[in-house]
Design a binder for this molecule. Sequence first.
Ligand SMILES: Nc1ncnc2c1ncn2[C@@H]1O[C@H](COP(=O)(O)OP(=O)(O)OP(=O)(O)O)[C@@H](O)[C@H]1O
Ligand SMILES: [Mg+2]
Length: 297
Amino acid sequence: MEKETLRLTGFKDLQLFKRGKVRDVYDLKDKLLIISTDRISCFDVVLPTCIPHKGEVLTHLSLFWFEFTKDVIPNHFICAKIEDFPGELHKYKDILDARSMLVKKVKPIPVECVVRGYLSGSGWKEYMMSQSICGIKLPAALKESDKLPQAIFTPATKEDVGHDINVTQEFVEKEIGKHLTQKLKEISLALYKKARQYAETKGIIIADTKFEFGMHEENIILIDEVLTPDSSRFWPKEQYKPGGAQPSFDKQFVRDYLETLDWNKTPPAPELPEEIVKKTTEKYIQALKMLVPNALS
Ligand SMILES: Nc1ncnc2c1ncn2[C@@H]1O[C@H](COP(=O)(O)OP(=O)(O)OP(=O)(O)O)[C@@H](O)[C@H]1O
Ligand SMILES: [Mg+2]
């Protein structure tokens, strides 16, 4: 892999649809061009340092999962080969290659469809306060990172600013209707279960993940990114030990390093040393190689 690190795109002749923390998305009328850059965020702040190959790894993983899950639910993926992109994009081949995909543009359903199989993050926080998550009552005396008796659907609102907010299923039903909520719940759980089962055989625990859906010609389709370390918690199965936080597959070195600094977790974030960057790239690549047969070979 000889690819230049990419921090930001600035295609003046294209219409920017959205610049997220990690991805740059361009509007191509009925389609979107989604580009995964090498930006990394930690504690919700984008760092000034990039992680080489991160964008490629994320793109590759999403592509793998779109194919893997397409029998559960159709998705927005159209193509990822530059030759198949509209001609106006061909001049950006060097930048786009292996880190971008063309997708169907749809109306997103305004719900973050979170599925949790393990007790962690905001789920753990909620559990400690109320023994429940998003209104779902859980057994008593669970420890942090414990496996839940069964995977649960714990939706959140999509917030433009700040963190997403966990809500109950009833709240979602009021927003988008009972029938659609039930469908999204069933699809999300089915996607998670299929992926989790597979990942476990490859040595990775998918502790939780978030899906987004949209409507395309009256049908629900899976959109955004799927089952990447940016939208999910990946834990190395070998080191799994409930009763505390788990090492994560991607940002662990970054988090650990940042915790050693006197930084208050608000922008601007500090630069990362070369050693941390190198180890982080290795982690991302390791996750990809473990999950995707013949990746990068
Ligand atoms: N096929 C699609 N059609 C329409 N919108 C889409 C499609 N796929 C993804 N999106 C939307 O594109 C946006 C992608 O933005 P992105 O995820 O990069 O940033 P973000 O979610 O605002 O911030 P973050 O950096 O926290 O992820 C999301 O709002 C997502 O809902
Ligand atoms: Mg997003």
